[in-house]
Write a protein that binds this ligand. Sequence first.
Ligand code: ADP
Ligand code: MG
Length: 611
Amino acid sequence: MAKIPINIQSGEIQKNSETIIGIDLGTTNSLVAHIVDGQPVAVKGKDGKSTLVPSIVHFTEDGRILVGEAAREKLISDPQNTIYSVKRLMGKSYGDVNEFEQYFGYKIIDEDTDSLVKIRVGNRFYTPIELSAEILKELKRRIEKELDATVSKAVITVPAYFNDAQRQATRDAGKLAGLDVLRIVNEPTAASLSYGLNKDQSESQTIAVYDLGGGTFDISILQIQDGIFEVLATNGDTFLGGDDLDRAIVDHWTKTTENAKTFSQSLRLLAEEAKKTLSSKDHFSKDLDGQNYSLSRQDFEQLIKPLLDKTLEACKNALQDAKLESAQIDHIVMVGGSTRVPLVKKSVADFFGKAVYDKLNPDEVVALGAGIQADVLAGNQKDILLLDVTPLSLGIETVGGLMDVIISRNSKVPSKAGRQYTTSVDGQANLKVGVYQGERDLVEHNRKLGEFILRGIPPMPAGLPKIEIQFILNADGILLVKAKELRSNVEQEIEIRSQYGLSEEDMGRMLLESIQNAEGDMKIRALLEARNEAQNILLSSEKFLKQNESIISEEEMTQTKALVEALQKSVAGEDKDAINKAMDDLNTYTSPLAHRAMDFNIAEAMKGKKI
Ligand code: ADP
Ligand code: MG
């Protein structure tokens, strides 16, 4: 929570004198921005050249840590000790990333598939959080030099699809770098802020943010209404970006140039140079080790066409998820260095049938938007509310392993919801609350986010305690779960920091499975529900027979016991219809007995009453 200082004498809110900075912590490049004369500005390094800090960390032999351009130079000479793309590993377990391991030039540790990944450098192990913190420290140093003042508060952006583990990891990285992270903001939201798309508060606007970076592609569909941002849909490809455009050029040269240096890093760098040159010129030509490499824009466009088609396919899917036609998109925002490629702009404009927003530097827009949001939090701008949606349902485990959804998928964030539960056993003192994320009916198919035990419930018959479970999902998508027994006020709460993250591939898979398995799940659910109900009936029948022995005939007792036995037998089986029938039979038979017992008990009670 940001604290708001109030001037005690005047009663006015004081302006925050400390600058809050905006940070784009990117996969390929990171930047820091702040507000100068009311305008967001990305800060350059001491060489005055670039605002981009390559998201690369290098560990030198003598134990120093280099970040950015200096680290990038070591990618070729010392790849083992040079870590890039660490953002891909944030909040992930080894199990989440092992299939992509060959993609990383460094060592990822696989001690336990369920715990967070670590990266081995020499004899030390680093978490992605620590490595990201090094990048953040570099950005912090950069802006502190610029301002000649210390900075301790920041807004950091993350992709819209980041789950709570990934957001939490980002926040933790900030903390490690000495930054109090006031807000985590979605990258497409930040980009829209840069273009001032929130300013037109007259009516609702729908925005597509097309972000083609170094190694990832994201398309997000946002809706802005009354200054509130809502993510309608996200789609993309986590392994498609500028690197692939470079690779296409390398492959082309390898095929068409005699003696091409196929596997050399220098050829890859030359390809990137060619790509960038072709963004503003029609032809590229250069010698490398006595060999000429050339490429025309036309040939380049031919090479990358299939890759761009893939991004447009993702746009189609995102529109479909948002239930929108391309013509319903009001504005298209271009984000990411790779959108400098003219064919990218043209393809996207053609796809949506509209000119795209591309006036701002595409590799700076996210940071600039983070700077604006920081300024808003500092109290310098009229408040802009940011709303997102949660991508997967959140709920708890109930009897029989069923998932009971408390906050459903696509709910707005922040959001709060609660529900009442009770105990299933007499005198139950503890209640375990298991928190899950996912769309399936059984918790075993969903992802466990955490659990806690509500202890010290006073002894009461089953069904009597009133236990309220509350889910509070804050603006950063971090979940707080509270349980309270309302009769005794016994309370317990946890903040869910899930143990390991969920990749968007996982997320897609879980959603797909939930659709594919819906029928099977429903059958199992019906069976479990029938079993639960039967267990309750069996318990109460047993109690009833014990308490009312005196008024039930021997024959009635035998008959009831036979029906109880039949029910027990059906519960052990898999047939929900059989269970339901056995329950009905037992209920039908015992219902008159229960009435008789009730009348008898009332009469007894009246007898004892003094008039
Ligand atoms: P990320 O968001 O993944 O950190 P960026 O938005 O900084 O990445 O994009 C980096 C990518 O942009 C790199 O692949 C780089 O080659 C590419 N890029 C930068 N400038 C240009 C340009 N002028 N033309 C084409 N691609 C460019
Ligand atoms: Mg980016």
